[in-house]
Design a protein around this ligand. Sequence first.
Ligand SMILES: Cc1cc2nc3c(=O)[nH]c(=O)nc-3n(C[C@H](O)[C@H](O)[C@H](O)COP(=O)(O)OP(=O)(O)OC[C@H]3O[C@@H](n4cnc5c(N)ncnc54)[C@H](O)[C@@H]3O)c2cc1C
Length: 564
Amino acid sequence: METKVRSTDKAEDTGVVRRCDVMILGSGLAGSITAMCLAKQGVKVALVDAGQHPRFAVGESMTPQLIEWLQILRARFDVPELEYLFDIKATSKHIGPHHGKKQSFGFIRQVPGQEPDPREATMFVIPKLLTEASHLFRQETDQYYFHVAAKYGCITRQNWRAVDLDFDDDGVTITGHNGEVFRAKYLIDASGFRSPLAEKFGLREQPARFKHHSRSLFTHYVGIKPFDDVCHHPRSLRPPAPWHGGTLHHMIDRGWFWIIPFDNFKDSTNPVCSVGLTFDPRKYPKPTDMTPEEEFHHYLDMYPSAKRQFVGARRVREWVSTDRLQYSSSRSVGYRWCLMSHAAGFIDPLFSRGLSNTFEIVYALVSRLLPALRDDDFSVERFEYVDTLERGLLQYNDDLVNSSFIAFNHFRLWNAVFRVWAAFLTPGVMRLTRARLNYALDGDERHFAELENNAYPGLWWPESAEFKNILEITAETCEKYEVGELDGDAAADIIFGMLNNCDLVNPVFGWKDPEDTRFVLPTTQMMAKFMYWANRKAPQEMQELGRALLTGVFKAGIRGRKVL
Ligand SMILES: Cc1cc2nc3c(=O)[nH]c(=O)nc-3n(C[C@H](O)[C@H](O)[C@H](O)COP(=O)(O)OP(=O)(O)OC[C@H]3O[C@@H](n4cnc5c(N)ncnc54)[C@H](O)[C@@H]3O)c2cc1C
């Protein structure tokens, strides 16, 4: 709807103003999916992007937790197109045959000039029962969801850069570089690092408040060879699932290379592979006398087995070479505005938590924004939880990633940190599945609201004080190793000891068996044993999760619903 502005409106001078309820800057997955959720609920949304689809984006590797959040958004806001992201088959069928599969997180320790020791490797294979996740070819997914947002009635603009944001008591006036003016009740900035809102309100903390330091070099290649084909490890010491079946991390001292193939799913016609190097600029300062390509190969050349993956490979787009990746903001919500996750702050791509964190924020924001729009009340207190959650997500991720970077040069210590991350993923996902199944049964939003009723927002199992304690002691222990107060084995022993003594760590997957179970592959039989343990033997808080989940699966199954 186009309207002449009222004389009281600050945009009066510009003539025609387009009115909407919510304006979203940035049409990456965060912006477009938020726009879809709002529009499907009757909100008038304008979705603008400074660039144009299709466009390159990172954020390619998915996690089970991300898929659960997408399932929750799909169920709660009734946006069926999100189902196409639930598994690689659906993504390939409905969005296009250009995505890879994300069967596993594989980590192999690399030492300069040496072949990697096959015993210095870990892998977590995502249980098939949970999901068959994807490596998203973002230029395609992002374009698709931008179009779906338009289909739901959003006003869309590409190559549209906001040059002025003007807030007053009644709303916000947004002026584009072409003079076009929008008037909205609420502004969501999903534009990422260069957020105009963060700039306008001077929200960026200088320096970022995090411990962790990394910078990154990344691009896309064709012709990358599967690591399985170029490593010299005997079959008996290889993981039970191929390295090339998921996201491969070559861990180096205070850094890691990523290999994210899009050609590893049977229906994929895409020969492209995403590659990158993320490393600590305090150890590896950005050079002034090398191109990003030269710099990348300078480091790649040090690791012969990783280098073999690149023999005959060709780069298909320009390198991106960043400065320090970490940034933070003093606040992520204010009166009539929100800095969406990636605009508010960032830690590191390690563990692929970016999109999952983003969609946890999308849920928290949209579930508050809908009643705020109904009540015409945008008081900041209503949105305070979004800010608290954002802080928690970043803080716990900082602990985990900083510990990992410290541990990369000592395999036993890495093996311990790996377990702290992975052993608590399962309950972190189960609590989301439980809420979703209960919602499917009775349609009561309370099940999702209860997810927010926890002591430690942002922790991946936010109800568990014991897990929080383990994560914090892990961070402290790694930092002691970093400054030489502990040697690596002593630090690893402390963390292994905590995991062994923790009854919440399930005994079925091998988390308590670091020497013999470096590759964790939960088979369907193991999942059944795990459910038995979680329902019968585990401590109270795990039993509550296990029982509620099993009941939900059972009831949904009786009603013929697809549950997992
Ligand atoms: C190196 C790296 C690797 C990563 N890998 C992963 C991963 O494997 N898995 C994962 O989950 N997360 C990963 N992340 C995090 C991930 O990138 C984000 O979580 C995710 O891409 C965020 O999506 P988004 O829609 O918020 O932002 P983006 O995809 O960055 O989209 C932002 C959009 O805003 C537009 N824009 C910019 N400025 C303006 C403006 N002024 N006005 C209007 N529009 C504007 C841009 O054109 C762009 O289209 C990674 C991050 C980095 C830095």
